[in-house]
Design a binder for this molecule. Structure first.
Ligand code: 5GP
Length: 113
């Protein structure tokens, strides 16, 4: 298993309310939200990032994105939303366990910082 904060959330060592859970992933609110809705969708398997996950389990990412869309609908983000994954130092990744950020509830800027 991985040894990141997200592994501790998956094991229950660190508490988090799951907004979605199934055999392959869970979703919970980001501890430091950047928008009114800021949900993290993470696989149970501790792939470090998008590149590793797509190499080892290509179907997984489609499932994670489908869960993002389902949660966006449930959160009533009808005006739009953003889904982001950060990878590596230049990508701004701080937790080395693949996760998608589902962000919404306000207007987004482009390009991102
Ligand atoms: P990254 O910077 O890797 O793309 O995103 C990691 C995200 O995890 C950040 O948005 C950060 O706020 C969130 N995060 C870090 N530690 C915790 C935690 O203990 N609980 C929750 N719910 N989110 C966390």
């Amino acid at each position: 298993m991985g040894d990141t904060i997200f592994s501790k959330i998956l094991s229950g060592e660190i508490p988090a309310d799951f907004l979605h859970q199934d055999d392959v992933c869970v979703a919970f609110n980001d501890i430091s939200p950047v928008a009114p809705t800021h949900i993290l969708v993470i696989p149970r398997h501790p792939y470090r990032n998008l590149s590793e996950a797509t190499a080892k389990d290509p179907a997984l990412v489609g499932h994670l994105l489908a869960v993002c869309a389902k949660l966006a609908k449930r959160q009533k983000l009808t005006a739009g939303f953003r889904v982001v994954t950060n990878q590596g130092d230049e990508g701004g990744q701080s937790v080395d366990h693949l996760h998608f950020h589902l962000i919404g509830g306000r207007s987004m800027q482009w390009p991102p910082g």
